[in-house]
Design a protein. Structure first.
Length: 188
């Protein structure tokens, strides 16, 4: 709600950073799940709209010079962060090719069928994935070896869970191995 002339802001005269009213409140798993489910399928109010050329120009002008040259926090880091010098370097695994069956959409479809067209991490269905992410569920290599396309090494996940699995890989390997062991009695 915009302030009218003469209105005094709630934090006028207060010193220091103001703590949010809900900071530090712990929520039960049930409440977290309800909040999460209420957000599924929510569409942004800006969806389908575009900024006018005038507003684009204003946004551009407001940012001019802020991160230019030496003011840019990444200034001079280009060569320092390439290849093996990057902390996220995984030995060049992104340049590795996939196994031959990986290009076969029917093979991936059989993995989705086996997993009941459901993300094996969060439980989202493929229909909901199509609605939320506008794509079918992904097939993930549990051991991160692109050449190992054994069905016991492949698991169905949504885009969100697949992205999360790119960090703390050792933990995700254990998590997905346990899922496969519990569900199918198999592991790598």
């Amino acid at each position: 709600m915009p302030f009218k002339n003469g209105n005094i802001p709630w934090n006028k005269g207060k010193i220091g950073l103001q703590k949010a009213w809900n900071k530090g409140i712990s929520r039960s798993e049930e409440i977290k799940k309800k909040i999460s489910e209420s957000c599924i399928g929510r569409i942004s109010s800006f969806k389908g709209k575009r900024h006018t050329n005038e507003s684009k120009k204003k946004m551009s002008l407001s940012k001019k010079g802020i991160y230019y040259g030496v003011n840019n926090p990444n200034y001079g880091n280009g060569e320092k962060m390439l290849g093996e010098k990057n902390p996220a370097w995984k030995g060049g695994s992104s340049f590795q090719g996939y196994c031959q069956v990986w290009g076969d959409s029917e093979y991936k479809h059989t993995i989705r069928i086996r997993d009941s067209f459901t993300c094996q991490n969060c439980g989202i269905s493929e229909l909901l994935s199509l609605k939320v992410f506008d794509e079918v569920l992904s097939i993930h290599h549990i051991d991160y070896d692109k050449q190992n396309c054994n069905p016991n090494n492949l698991i169905t996940v949504c885009r969100s869970c697949n992205s999360k699995a790119n960090n703390r890989r050792e933990e995700w390997i254990e998590i997905y191995k346990n899922v496969m062991e519990k569900k199918y009695g198999c592991c790598l």
